[in-house]
Design a protein around this ligand. Structure first.
Ligand code: DAH
Length: 344
């Protein structure tokens, strides 16, 4: 090795450049350690060889080279430290990144079938000129029964198997009280539907739940007849289910006279008979009737001048039919596998 100062400095600089280049491509902590050991390493480091040349230089050149040597050493050690820090920071992330891993599944929210049905029913009746009304779930007994022409101790009240509240009042057993509240607030002509939850102590089976949604409907005006009722509800059924057969059976409700129940041909068996329609081929979807004059009068409406019809239906049952769901209880289970089928 040459011993002139210029040569030695040139060699030292070349070594420095080569080492910096090796550091730049050292892509792991192991590779970095190899570069460190072979450059500034105490036993095997090549930098030691340059120090060993020092005694061969002329006396005046020694401090010049010594300063240069120290500067290179400090520079290389700093570069090694920086590279070490950079590789340590990225090393765990690099290890955790598995490009073959399946992408995380994107969950899409879905509306509950009862919500889908509710919104559709609301849309159809809105098209037919009805507006939406609401009333409280905790209700006075009078609105739930008395005003609706239930005589005190009428067996129909047992039928509802009411949840009474400790401090008086009850949880409404149907949405029919909204008829009274609406008539008290607005003068006829009135066409409303009133969606809401209702509560009964019914046992829980394939078609009964203790809390469920209902939709009440009511039309009050001069000269309203059963023809309006039948035409409107049959029209609704055709819009909701697509062309469908409907039938009206005589029934009884204290608040309507005459009263009826409307059936549609069972969608699950197409009228052939199955467990859902109890082998009849028909499914009841609503109760309806001409509003009893006593109901109009209890809400302050002149029953000589006005008449009206009303209906009440259960969207959970409508959803069974609409989507071919065999058991109403599935709708209350929050089962993701069931619910996500309704994502639109
Ligand atoms: N309120 C009745 C029930 O819960 C349903 C009903 C039947 C409502 C006939 C009506 C109606 O408005 O006219 O069983």
């Amino acid at each position: 090795m040459s011993t002139t100062l210029a040569d030695l400095v040139a060699q030292l600089d070349a070594f420095r450049d080569a080492t910096l280049a090796q550091l730049a491509v050292a892509d792991s902590l192991d590779a970095l350690e190899a570069v460190r050991a072979s450059s500034v390493g105490r036993t095997r480091g090549a930098l030691n060889d340059y120090k060993a040349q020092l005694p061969k230089l002329a006396g005046a050149d020694k401090p010049t080279f010594g300063a240069r040597f120290n500067a290179v050493k400090v520079e290389l050690e700093a570069a090694i430290d920086a590279r070490h820090a950079a590789l340590s920071a990225s090393a765990p992330a690099a290890a955790a990144l598995d490009l073959s891993m399946p992408a995380r599944r994107q969950w899409r929210g879905a509306k509950h079938p009862v919500t889908i049905v509710l919104e559709e029913i609301e849309g159809i009746f809105r098209d037919l000129g009805f507006t939406i009304a609401t009333g409280p779930e905790a209700e006075h007994e009078w609105y739930n029964f008395g005003a609706l022409n239930f005589p005190p101790d009428h067996p129909a009240m047992d039928m509802h198997d009411t949840l009474y509240l400790e401090r008086g009042g009850l949880l409404r057993t149907h949405t029919s009280p909204v008829q009274i509240r609406t008539l008290q607030s607005y003068p006829p002509p009135i066409r409303i539907i009133a969606p809401g939850n209702v509560f009964r102590r019914d046992f829980f089976d394939a078609s009964h739940a203790p809390m469920f949604a209902q939709i009440e409907g009511m039309a009050v005006d001069e000269g309203i007849s059963f023809v309006d009722l039948k035409a409107t509800l049959a029209n609704f059924a055709n819009r909701f289910f697509g062309e469908t057969k409907t039938r009206f059976r005589p029934s009884f409700f204290p608040f309507t006279e005459p009263s009826a129940e409307m059936d549609v041909a069972c969608r699950i068996c197409n009228g052939a008979g199955c467990a859902t329609c109890k082998q009849t081929g028909w499914v009841e979807i609503l109760g309806c009737g001409m509003m009893h004059p006593a109901v109009l009068e209890s809400a302050g409406v002149d029953s000589q001048k006005y008449s009206g019809w009303a209906f009440g239906m259960g969207p959970a049952r409508m959803a069974l039919q609409r989507f071919g769901i065999p058991d109403i209880r599935i709708q209350y289970d929050s089962d993701i596998a069931f619910l996500e089928q309704f994502a639109q």
